[in-house]
Design a protein around this ligand. Sequence first.
Ligand SMILES: [Zn+2]
Ligand SMILES: [Zn+2]
Length: 217
Amino acid sequence: MILEVRAVPPFMKNGYIVGCPRTLEAVVIDPGDEVDEIVEAVSARKLSVRHILLTHAHLDHITGVAAAKAAFAVPVYLHRDDLFLYERVVQQGAMFGLPVRPQPPVDHFYDGSSITFGDFEVKVHHTPGHCPGEVCLQIGPKGAAGEHLFVGDSLFAGSIGRTDLPGGDYDVLMRSITGVIFALGNNAIVHPGHGPDTTVGRERASNPFVVEYLAGK
Ligand SMILES: [Zn+2]
Ligand SMILES: [Zn+2]
């Protein structure tokens, strides 16, 4: 599997490219302020992007959607429950004092079916709590379990997503992490929206927020 990640200030949000080495078809996940670097990496790798997939619609994860759509001319996917955030991208920017342009309409809402590119498949798991429409994108070869999890801001190496923004809910988030993401197996590699990769097994054993939650259940 081809995997590229880029992040730029101020948010240092990870934008991902995942590609099929045989067909060179790819998906772009959460294009934000690093979208120019993403477009450059796609071109350097001679990839053909088929889908733009969003884990959720917070500002830092969507500011590059318009540029990505202009570059690749492919559909944009989001969970319906985050549409209210997506439509308020300009206001989200104003909260940070950042001028942000409106983004193009969402083309598809995730509907439970898999999304494919080349020999690979994306399974979409609804993981609300950090915001109402967050998803975990599970990627692997078609027909396999999929060991790469793109979790947005629900789970980080040693931390969890904040739940004090509109639509956030701590108990819902902890159920998403321990009930949905953890069910995908200890060996699964977690690619968070910010910071380094980790694994389900490592977070289950040592993430202080998770350990405290599981101890209190
Ligand atoms: Zn977020
Ligand atoms: Zn973020």
